[in-house]
Design a protein around this ligand. Structure first.
Ligand SMILES: NC(=O)c1ccc[n+]([C@@H]2O[C@H](COP(=O)([O-])OP(=O)(O)OC[C@H]3O[C@@H](n4cnc5c(N)ncnc54)[C@H](O)[C@@H]3O)[C@@H](O)[C@H]2O)c1
Length: 315
C-alpha cells in the first residue's frame, strides 16, 4: 500500500519550538509520509516525535520519529531550524555569532550524507545563514533557500485584511529584502482581487495614505519582537508558512512567494541572499521574478542589499 504513495520524506534539524511546531503542522496537514526530527539533544527529538505521533491515529498518516544525519540521505526536504532564538531587545542580526557556528556544525554533519533534496533554512538571521549554507553545500542555485520574508508578508496581508475587513485570500502582495530591519513592503504592487489597493480603498471610501502605510510597515517590522516580549518566542506563524512552502516542494504545487535565495543579478544585485518573489517547486527556488517596483522601493531594496553584503564580510 505504501509503495503506491510518493515518499515525501522530510528531515527537520533542530527540534526546538520552531522545529517541533513545523513537524506538528506538517503532520496535521498530511504533507509528508515520513518526518525525522534531529537535535543535538537527542532526548528532545525523541520526546517531540513521540508527542506528535500520538495524535496521528486520529489525524494523519505521517510517520514521525527521532533520527540522525544518516536519515538526511534520501530526503525530499531538509528543514534547518537549529539555532538560538532572539532575546527581548536583540535584532536577528545579533544572533549571527552564535548561529553561524551552530550552522557550520550542522552542515559539517549534513554534507557527507546529502544526496538530494531541497534545503530550507529557517534559523535566524535567515538571509545570512541561507547565503552561507548555499556556499558550503555548493548545490545548484535555489536548491538551498530560506523562509525569508514569507512570514513578514503573511503578517502584512493579515493587517491589510483587518484594515479592509476582507478575507486574507483576496489580498496579494510581498515584503522583500531582509527578514529583519531591511525589509521592504512593495506597496506599489499590493492588490485586492487584482485591484491596486489605493484604487480599492478609494472605491469603498477607506483612507489609504503614507501615514497608514508607515504604521503598517512599522507594525510588521516590530511584530516578531512584540511576540517575543509577550511569550519569549515565535513558532506557530513560521510553522504554517513552512507548510505552505513544503507543499510546493513535496507535491510540486508550484507557488510564488517572497523567499530568500542567492541573487544572481536580479534587481542588479548578486552575491547576497535576499527575498524576492520566487517560483518554488521540487527543486526549491526554480526562478526569481523581476517585477517593476516604485523608485523608492527599489532604492530601499538596494540599501538592504548593501547592508547585507557588509554583514556577510564580517562573518
Ligand atoms: N525565519 C523565521 O521567520 C523564524 C521565525 C521564528 C524563529 N526563527 C528562528 O528559528 C530558530 C529556532 O528557534 P526556536 O524557538 O525553535 O529555538 P529553540 O531554542 O527552541 O530550538 C533550537 C533547537 O536547536 C537545537 N540545536 C542547537 N544546536 C544544534 C546543532 N548543532 N545540531 C542540531 N540541533 C541543534 C537545540 O538543541 C534546540 O532544540 C531561531 O534561530 C529563531 O530565531 C525563525
Amino acid at each position: 500500500m505504501n509503495a503506491l504513495l510518493p515518499n515525501r520524506k522530510v528531515a527537520i534539524i533542530g527540534s526546538g519550538f520552531v522545529g517541533a511546531s513545523i513537524a506538528y503542522a506538517l503532520t496535521i496537514r498530511n504533507l509528508a509520509r515520513e518526518i525525522i526530527l534531529i537535535d543535538l539533544v537527542r532526548e528532545k527529538a525523541i520526546g517531540e516525535a513521540l508527542d506528535i505521533q500520538h495524535g496521528i491515529p486520529y489525524l494523519g498518516m505521517s510517520s514521525v520519529r527521532a533520527g540522525d544525519y544518516s536519515d538526511c540521505a534520501d530526503c525530499d526536504l531538509i528543514i534547518i531550524t537549529a539555532g538560538r532564538n532572539r532575546k527581548t531587545g536583540e535584532s536577528r542580526l545579533d544572533l549571527i555569532a552564535d548561529n553561524i557556528s551552530i550552522m557550520r556544525s550542522v552542515v559539517s554533519e549534513l554534507k557527507p550524507q546529502y544526496t538530494r533534496g531541497v534545503i530550507l533554512i529557517v534559523a535566524n538571521p535567515v538571509d545570512l545563514l541561507t547565503y552561507k549554507v548555499a556556499e558550503w553545500m555548493d548545490l545548484p542555485n535555489g536548491r538551498v533557500f530560506g523562509t525569508g520574508n514569507i512570514l513578514d508578508t503573511s503578517r502584512l496581508i493579515r493587517l491589510v485584511a483587518d484594515y479592509t475587513g476582507l478575507s486574507t485570500e483576496v489580498i496579494k502582495g510581498n515584503v522583500v529584502g531582509e527578514h529583519g530591519d531591511g525589509q521592504v513592503p512593495i506597496w506599489s504592487r499590493l492588490s485586492i482581487a487584482g485591484v491596486p489597493v489605493g484604487e480599492y480603498c478609494d472605491s469603498v471610501g477607506l483612507p489609504w495614505n503614507e501615514t497608514i502605510r508607515e504604521q503598517m510597515d512599522r507594525t510588521v517590522k516590530g511584530m516578531g519582537a512584540e511576540i517575543i516580549k509577550d511569550k519569549g518566542k515565535t513558532h506557530y506563524g513560521i510553522a504554517t508558512c513552512v507548510c505552505y512552502l513544503a507543499d510546493s516542494v513535496l507535491n510540486q504545487r508550484l507557488t510564488i512567494a517572497p523567499v530568500s535565495s542567492v541573487l544572481q543579478g536580479e534587481y542588479a544585485v548578486e552575491g547576497v541572499s535576499l527575498s524576492v518573489p520566487s517560483i518554488i517547486g521540487a527543486n526549491g527556488v526554480e526562478r526569481r521574478l523581476e517585477e517593476t517596483w516604485a523608485k523608492e522601493e527599489k532604492e530601499r531594496f538596494l540599501q538592504t542589499a548593501a547592508k547585507m553584503k557588509t554583514a556577510l564580510q564580517g562573518i
